[in-house]
Design a protein around this ligand. Structure first.
Ligand code: AHR
Length: 650
């Protein structure tokens, strides 16, 4: 985009700036003595979906693609050489029955197979990697296998040898220490001695996973989640909850127990976009519901699972046979009830015992459950109703989240909200992937919401500029919009940006909060907006007005104030979407007269199109400085195009 186009966007979007400057008298009245609605500890959270290779190839630290040879093309991700065949007879794992047979009976010309990982395998010098496979030999003699990590020029980084013996399946492990850093290495397994050997579930994990969990998460990506201080963690989606049809819907029971025997599922983002097909995109479910609950605990977020309501994706599938009839919903409802037992039940219960056997006897203390993702019409409500009845009857303490459909307004939305009230769900999930203008106007959205009905879960949102990039423009619009979420914390209880992750070489959807390659990540400006809200949530909303009105765009300002009763601090968040500096007089009732020290955290860029990239990850980052104000009437100067968070001790 040219400089003049950028200027045009800025002027058009933020046109009130100049007018505002002339008539400008920005005086915020804040009342510290009248704390209002509590801000839920769950308010600012994260949404996870296995889209953009967010799970396999992303957060889930497994480095081997198609480790069980279960893709529709069993050699997907693998390059066999020599005599390698796919077998299913007497498998090691009944729910993942495919395995490979390597035979070398004559002169050694080379028999084995390479794995390409997820657009390569990322390895680091100084780190250790746990290699494992299940194997057996066909005849009596043991077979030696060479295990290598190689780069794209076939240079060897590492070589270890495993000797397979016996006709029964056994697990073999070896630690690889490649001594090199490379984002696109490959794993190679080669027969080093004659014989016939069967191989299954070939796995490579960094030893260093987040919190050192076995079968764990990629440390840097999980740490980035923790660094958001998320209050809630929505999982596993998104459209992936629905799949495309009944067969491909997300079924949580397939995602627990030994990873080797979790049946894989095609990922609907494999084929959803005709112009962005990823035939190698499947869900291994290595990051399943146990790992999800554990990760929620590790990062301090309340889990919020979303379950299929008995409908296939209403966008993609119009075949009524792919929806479960209402009178046959019981297995789906049982899935919901059983999930609650898996999370919270005693170790003596059926599903609580499975949780305990997986290593977590203590309950996960699940409190929230969503039924249905982006569903609409009576098809949805007539299915949601029996879920609500059954969950209320057995687990009245669980808060149920219903959906308002994929749109932020319109016919389906207008139908669903009254229905959600009728069904008395606790929260309603709203989604908005909308323009910068919509986000700025949206700062007022919840000021007039019904206070009597269910609460709002802004469950998927992101500002979409025409180029669909994570520019500073979109982050600033989200910051402005979120002042309206916080000001209305009595009705908005949860919010989660979406999607969360994207692999730079394998994405289907953008913008996204965090981008990564096989070795590193970049936090977008949007990430920092979420982080600033997460770290500065406060405990209660405070009244903040300018000329007796909430600040929702007057003079290009958007603002909210909160008190943190735990730290005894006043927190003021202000987005200035204008292109000039702005002086704001802070008239703070209840703040003792005199000087108050505090901090200003500033997110700013003079270029609305600016982005953070893997090469320049710190282009736009929050900068913290110490400041001092004089109460009760202080003045601050806001940078143009900025989001400022002030904190003062009361
Ligand atoms: O976040 C990407 C997709 O957007 C989600 O899967 C879906 O719920 C929404 O349409």
């Amino acid at each position: 985009m040219t400089k003049s186009m950028r200027k045009a966007i800025a002027l058009c979007l933020f046109s009130m700036g100049a007018v505002g400057l002339m008539a400008q008298s920005n005086e915020f009245k804040i009342d510290v003595q009248r704390p209002g609605a509590p801000i839920q500890s769950t308010m600012y959270g994260i949404f996870f979906e296995d889209i953009n290779f967010g799970a396999d190839g992303g957060l889930y630290a497994e480095l081997i693609k198609n480790r069980s040879f279960e893709f529709d093309n069993p050699f997907g991700g693998w390059t066999p050489f020599g005599n390698v065949t796919v077998q299913t007879k007497n498998p090691c794992f009944d729910r993942n029955p495919h395995y490979v047979r390597l035979s070398y009976e004559k002169e050694l010309t080379g028999t084995g197979l390479d794995n390409e990982g997820f657009k390569g395998i990322g390895i680091r010098d100084g780190e250790k990697y746990d290699f494992s496979l299940y194997a057996r030999v066909q005849s009596g003699a043991p077979v030696k296998l060479r295990i290598n990590l190689v780069n794209s020029q076939n240079d060897l980084y590492e070589e270890k040898v495993i000797e397979v013996s016996g006709k029964e399946w056994k697990k073999y492990t070896v630690v690889l220490t490649p001594g090199a850093t490379e984002a696109h290495s490959r794993l190679r397994i080669t027969m080093a001695t004659k014989g016939t050997v069967d191989l299954e579930h070939i796995s490579l994990f960094p030893q260093k996973t987040f919190n050192n969990r076995p079968n764990g998460m990629r440390a840097d990506l999980a740490q980035a989640l923790k660094d958001l201080k998320p209050g809630v963690f929505r999982f596993p989606g998104g459209c992936i909850v629905e799949g495309t049809d009944k067969a491909t819907r997300y079924q949580w029971k397939n995602t627990i127990g030994p990873v080797e025997n979790r049946p894989i599922n095609i990922n609907r983002w494999n084929y959803t976009f005709a112009h962005k097909k990823f035939p190698d995109y499947y869900q291994s479910y290595g990051l399943g519901f146990f790992e999800y609950f554990q990760l929620s605990e590790d990062i301090g977020a309340e889990p919020l699972p979303v379950l299929n309501c008995g409908l296939s994706c209403q966008y993609e599938n119009h075949d009524p046979n792919e929806n479960c009839p209402v009178d046959k919903l019981q297995p789906y409802i049982d899935d919901a009830l059983d999930l609650i037992e898996f999370a919270n039940g005693p170790v003596t219960s059926k599903w609580g015992k499975i949780r305990a056997d997986m290593g977590h006897p203590a309950p996960f203390n699940l409190k929230l459950l969503a039924i249905g993702n982006e569903q609409w019409g009576s098809l949805y409500t007539e299915r949601l109703e029996p879920f609500v009845k059954a969950i209320r009857a057995k687990y009245p303490e669980i808060q149920i989240v219903g959906s308002s459909g994929p749109q932020s307004e319109g016919e389906d939305f207008d139908y669903l909200w009254p229905e959600m009230k009728r069904l008395k769900v606790d929260l309603v999930d709203e989604h908005f992937y909308r323009s910068p203008e919509w986000f700025l106007n949206g700062a007022k959205r919840y000021d007039s919401y019904d206070r009597q009905g269910p609460k709002v879960f802004a469950g998927e949102y992101a500002c979409h500029a025409p180029n669909r990039e994570n520019s500073f423009l979109t982050a600033l619009c989200e910051a402005a919009f979120m002042t309206g979420l916080e000001r209305n914390a009595d009705v908005v209880h949860l919010c989660t940006y979406a999607p969360l992750f994207a692999h730079v070489d394998a994405w289907q959807w953008r913008p996204d909060l965090i981008w990564f390659d096989n070795l590193s990540l970049v936090k977008t400006p949007n990430y920092y907006v979420q982080q600033l809200y997460g770290h500065n949530a406060g405990t209660n909303v405070l009244p903040l007005t300018m000329q007796n009105e909430p600040v929702t765009g007057q003079n290009d300002l958007y603002a909210t104030a909160a008190v943190d009763k735990k730290t005894n601090e006043l927190i003021i968040k202000i987005a200035n979407t204008g292109i000039r500096h702005k002086k704001v007089k802070l008239n703070i009732n209840g703040l003792s007269a005199g000087k108050h020290k505090g901090t200003l955290t500033l997110l700013h860029s003079s270029d609305l199109e600016a982005k953070n990239t893997l090469c320049n990850p710190s282009g736009i980052i929050p900068i913290i400085s110490d400041i001092e104000i004089e109460a009760p009437e202080a003045e601050v100067t806001l940078s143009p195009l900025s989001f400022s968070v002030y904190r003062f001790k009361l």
